[in-house]
Design a protein around this ligand. Structure first.
Ligand code: ADP
Ligand code: MG
Length: 261
């Protein structure tokens, strides 16, 4: 059982606080969704947790099974079991996905035997064309192909906790379904903990969250179950963006639906 524990996290870029006090705990096998409008700080939160350069941590902590993530360089956070699927995957000329995965597994003292077969099996599972496997990482791939490539890496590396920053952006509906199901399977079968960041609830139709959190202006302003995502689909973020900490609208009841008829 692993836990990513975020307590009172405040961070930003020099002179601007973007993540303004976040408390969140994600354990093995749980799926937490963070939803929020553009500019809410979702990507900043994921970058700060993974150790993307350029951010300043102002307060709070983030630990994975007690290991202080914020004190480590990004590669050691990965070795500790954290993995980030980036909103905009990086192109790495001259390096194939096989090279990346072989290095990552070996650095963690893990078995690289049969890696080629594992990569091919994962590619088939999410409909990622095998001919892309020999190309340099993400080079000359479409947005959707990059996201499939990222999902493939996640599935081979099997981190304890995965953060998915807008996995849905750039994916067509079939690819979205395939990738979301793959992540859902990893959560169910390998007990991977998932923090999935998205604007839209359509991703969550396949990757069912246990908990949904709404992030506005760097703070979680509401938390609930999957019904919160459905409600957002209906009412949008307007009810949450009026002030920093507003009361969420009352959840719709079966009675409301009856009177709406
Ligand atoms: P989201 O992913 O929720 O859309 P981001 O975390 O990307 O939001 O950005 C949150 C806010 O911080 C935005 O207003 C964005 O312009 C700003 N921001 C993020 N990174 C930087 C940066 N490196 N330099 C300046 N502003 C930034
Ligand atoms: Mg973002």
């Amino acid at each position: 059982m692993s836990t990513l524990e975020i307590i009172g996290l405040r961070a930003g870029i020099t002179g601007k606080e973007i993540v303004r006090g976040i408390d969140l705990s994600v354990s093995s096998g749980e799926v937490h969704a963070i939803m929020g409008p553009n500019g809410a700080g979702k990507s900043t939160l994921s970058g700060v947790l993974m150790g993307k350069p350029g951010y300043e941590v102002l307060a709070g902590s983030a630990t994975l099974d007690g290991v202080d993530l914020l004190a480590l360089p990004a590669w050691q956070r990965a070795q500790a079991g954290l993995h980030l699927v980036m909103q905009y995957p990086t192109e790495v000329p001259g390096v194939r996905v096989h090279d990346v995965l072989a290095e990552a597994l070996a650095a963690g003292g893990r078995d690289t035997g049969g890696l080629d077969d594992r990569i091919r099996a994962e590619a088939a599972r999410i409909g990622f064309d095998e001919r892309f496997l020999d190309r340099a990482l993400n080079v000359d791939l479409s947005g959707g192909e990059k996201k499939r490539n990222e999902t493939l890496q996640l599935a081979v590396l099997e981190p304890k906790i995965a953060i998915l920053d807008e996995l849905d952006s750039g994916l067509d509906i079939d690819a979205l379904r395939a990738c979301a199901r793959r992540v859902e399977d990893l959560s169910n079968e390998r007990a991977m903990g998932v923090l999935v960041i998205t604007h839209y609830s359509r991703l969550l139709a396949e990757l069912r969250p246990d908990h949904v959190h709404i992030l506005v202006k760097g703070r979680i302003v509401a938390s609930g179950g999957p019904e919160l995502a459905d409600e957002l689909e209906e009412v949008g973020y307007a009810a949450y963006t009026a002030g920093d900490e507003v009361e969420p609208p009352a959840a719709r009841s079966a009675l409301d639906d009856l009177f709406a008829l």
